[in-house]
Design a protein around this ligand. Structure first.
Ligand code: FAD
Length: 458
């Protein structure tokens, strides 16, 4: 017997639970299906555990740097990885537990555990159960990929998911992938005490960013004795006794890097391969992402795709924003669109990189007259007081409209201070809204009005 609902949500990532609760609150009978742990990637293998581990790594780093601040630690700074992991596991367990009890405690929601598959455009099977609904919301997220590298089937390797179970400090961690996920783990494990080598195929780290941003991030990491090998080619891996050898070049020396552990962080794939989408006729693109319109509707009426699975974002905040867009259109009569938003994200190295809107490269390519305001963190009082002056803040202005079109902030606390810029960009207000604002002293944010008073042509 099929169980009939008004809506089915597949996946309990960053969009599904909030949407299920909104729909249930509007009186709809909702089934939400999860095959693994409640909360999805961000809660279990992504944002929350990484930022928890980064906090432990920073504590070790600050302790080692204590003498710079006139503080003496009598004894070695040791990293107790089982306790580091236990702290991470406790925070993750609390978060995942909260989501599960929130869903189970909400009237009108039926929680179903197991793998969901479409049988047609209105029906889903989960084991023996058959669920039907006129509206189906896919929030199945993604998983790490390792496909591009030869020899991967010959060596043990970690992914961003598997590394969550590590409770020892690797002697030498090789990280293949010099982008956001790889760099966070690289610095974290260096601070835990591992020797770390980052191998990146592109000519520079985080190649999506401007060259000066990549160079500054690389200098920060090299300053902590992380070895970085960019422009790696002929990439393959093999076992070498108990070690893992990563071939990084066919010509340039050194051709091989050997390490005790390997983390592969080269990208993610959408979880669409095992959903039975073909039986529902839902269209995907060449990479497997579900094709959606500006309201996140798929080509099949009544079926929507939210979060990483639609390829329109790869962050928790984009997934949550997807929920807000769908809820606004379906429940609030408010016409919200994906195209209303602009890119915002952070790389949570220490110090972090916070980004909004265009890079300088994109601003130049737009052909619009652009102004740039820039200030080194060495000229920010808060950074000097903290003894952490690496990085810079840079903001781009469209000279004609006076709107902020982009920002790259690299330095302490910029993952928070960028939000004054993001809010003004969202409001469609001119940059002078910040230029004229009085910010609190002594903060990083107080220098953003100042740098906006020192604009020069890009
Ligand atoms: C190491 C790492 C660090 C990250 N750090 C950050 C960060 O700092 N900030 C940030 O914004 N983003 C970060 N991200 C990205 C962020 O985690 C994702 O963008 C976000 O989790 C996407 O949410 P989602 O709702 O699309 O899907 P997910 O969170 O991936 O959830 C999908 C859920 O669907 C379930 N599922 C899949 N298929 C099925 C099926 N067939 N049946 C039933 N259930 C199914 C899965 O088990 C999962 O629980 C990080 C990611 C990683 C890997």
């Amino acid at each position: 017997m099929a169980e009939n609902f008004d809506a089915i949500v597949i996946g309990t990532g960053q969009a599904g639970p909030a949407l299920a609760v909104r729909l249930a609150g509007a009186g709809q009978r909702v089934a939400i299906i999860e095959r693994k742990r409640f909360g999805g990637t961000c809660v279990n293998n992504g944002c929350i555990p990484t930022k928890t581990l980064i906090a432990s790594a920073r504590a070790a780093h600050v302790a080692r740097e204590a003498a710079r601040y006139g503080i003496t630690i009598n004894g070695a700074v040791d990293v107790d990885m089982p306790r580091v992991k236990a702290r991470k596991d406790a925070i993750v367990a609390e978060s995942t537990g909260n989501i599960e009890s929130w869903l189970r405690g909400t009237t009108n929601i039926t929680v179903v555990q197991g793998h969901a598959r479409f049988t047609d455009r209105r029906s889903i099977t989960v084991g023996e159960r058959v669920l039907t609904a006129p509206q189906i919301f896919i929030n199945t997220g993604g998983r790490p990929t390792v496909s591009a590298i030869g020899g991967m089937d010959q060596v043990p390797y970690l992914t961003s998911t598997r590394i969550m179970e590590v409770d020892r400090v690797p002697e030498h961690l090789i990280v293949i992938g010099g982008s956001y996920i790889g760099l966070e783990f690289a610095q974290m494990y260096r601070r835990f005490g591992s020797q770390v080598t980052v191998v990146e195929m592109a000519p520079r780290l985080i190649a999506r960013e401007d060259e000066d941003v990549s160079a500054a991030v690389q200098a920060i990491l090299e300053g902590e004795d992380i070895a970085i090998r960019t422009a790696a080619e002929c990439l393959s891996v093999e076992r070498c006794g108990t070690a893992i050898a990563v071939h990084v070049s066919c010509e340039r020396e050194p051709r091989v890097v050997e390490g005790s552990h390997l983390l592969v962080a080269v990208g993610r794939l959408p979880n669409t391969h095992d959903l039975g989408l073909e039986r529902a006729g839902v269209e995907t693109d060449a990479k497997g992402y579900i094709v959606v319109d500006d309201t996140l509707a798929t080509n099949v009426p009544g079926i929507y795709a939210l979060g990483d699975v639609n390829g329109r974002g790869a962050f928790t905040h984009t997934a949550f924003n997807d929920y807000e867009i769908v809820a606004a259109n379906l429940l609030d009569g408010d016409s919200r669109r994906v195209s209303d938003r602009f890119p915002v994200y952070a790389l949570f190295t220490d110090p972090p990189l916070a980004r909004a809107g265009m890079t300088k490269r994109e601003a130049k390519a737009s052909g619009r007259p652009t102004l740039v305001g820039r200030r080194a963190m060495a000229r920010v009082g808060r950074a000097r007081e903290r003894g952490e002056t690496q990085g810079f803040m840079e903001v781009l202005i469209d000279e004609e409209t006076k709107r902020i079109v982009g920002a790259a902030l690299l330095g302490i606390e910029v993952d928070e201070s960028i939000h004054c810029i993001i809010d003004v960009m969202n409001a469609g207000a001119p940059y002078t809204a910040i230029r004229r604002a009085m910010h609190i002293h002594p903060t990083v944010s107080e220098l953003i009005p100042t740098l906006l008073g020192e604009l020069a042509p890009l």
